[in-house]
Design a binder for this molecule. Structure first.
Ligand SMILES: C[S@@+](CC[C@H](N)C(=O)[O-])C[C@H]1O[C@@H](n2cnc3c(N)ncnc32)[C@H](O)[C@@H]1O
Length: 281
């Protein structure tokens, strides 16, 4: 609880979060020419499965060398529509056609969409996340709208959709600024005609602002203050470090334009977070 209070103090909004992946570092985009080192243990998926199976005894600890360590409460990943921040609610209301929930986690967004008659597929590189999402949707959704469930990295997937949904700091999976062009090109190629990408993120400048002169402290080892390194700890196990990218809206817009996408600011959250829609220009 002390950590949770720290988190709220640091970020004010719930879960600007610091993201997490089940071994995200080791399965990087093919076009980055990074080879897989070993099969990482699915610590994140294990935590989701424990919660789903009523074996919840502890939360995930999120560690970072550059920002304060925090606690990720597992119940938050199982949130209902009413418990979601406004930017997520807005995103769900804007989904249309066949939606791919990218990095679906425990499937909370996909569950609401299927329950509200939307055709949905889910993808997550965590096998535990896909198992939990699939089971929740099959048991809790009153509709049979789940089309495909895919355990893989989005960067290995090429089918086309009407909506690509990336929530809970959706730009995180781009990992670092140098990957953004390739990531946007990949997502753009996955859009059906008239399709859209709905993605949320946060401007982390407030964490690094010098109170005296208003300048931003920049870690010399990174290109941008939104590039963060994390690892996760759960039940005595720790993931390898992984990179996670927070993109402020202006920078996202710049990259979108460069990649012939239109970026529209849909809504801002309570604390430097926002929802954007990207469409083909
Ligand atoms: C911050 S969590 C968000 C989970 C869910 N969207 C939510 O809002 O509760 C990020 C999710 O993305 C998944 N992920 C990370 N990198 C991925 C990738 N390259 N391809 C597919 N899933 C990925 C992680 O396993 C994790 O479930």
């Amino acid at each position: 609880m002390v950590f949770y209070a720290t988190l709220q103090k640091t970020f004010c909004s719930r879960y600007v979060y610091l993201w997490l992946v089940a071994g995200a570092t080791l399965t990087l985009l093919p076009f980055y020419k990074v080879t897989k080192v070993s099969t990482p243990k699915d610590i994140y998926g294990a935590a989701l499965l424990d919660f789903y199976n009523n074996e919840y005894t502890e939360d995930i600890t999120v560690l970072s060398p550059t920002i304060e360590d925090d606690i990720l409460p597992l119940p938050y990943l199982f949130r209902t529509f009413a418990e979601m921040p406004t930017i997520e609610q807005q995103a769900l209301l804007l989904c249309k056609g066949h939606t791919l929930d990218i990095g679906c986690g425990a499937g909370s967004h996909a569950l609401w969409l299927t329950d509200n008659n939307q055709e949905v597929s889910i993808i997550d590189q965590s096998a535990g996340a896909i198992t939990v999402s699939r089971k929740r949707i099959h048991t809790l959704s009153r509709k049979r709208m789940l089309k495909n469930n895919i355990t893989d990295s989005i960067w290995n997937h090429t089918s086309q959709y009407d909506t690509l949904l990336l929530l809970m700091n959706g730009t995180g999976i781009f990992e670092q600024l140098s990957n953004v062009d390739n990531a946007l090109q990949h997502l753009k190629a996955m859009l059906k005609p008239g399709g859209q990408i709905l993605v949320d993120s946060s401007d982390l400048a407030f964490l690094f602002r010098d109170e005296e002169d208003g300048g931003i402290w920049q870690d010399a080892s990174t290109d941008y203050y939104g590039e963060v390194t994390f690892s996760m700890q759960y039940k005595g196990e720790t993931t390898p470090d992984f990179n996670w990218l927070y993109l402020d809206f202006e920078l996202l817009k710049k990259y979108a334009q460069k990649n012939e996408l239109c970026a529209e600011l849909i809504v801002e959250g309570d604390h430097y977070d926002y929802l954007a829609r990207l469409t083909i220009a």
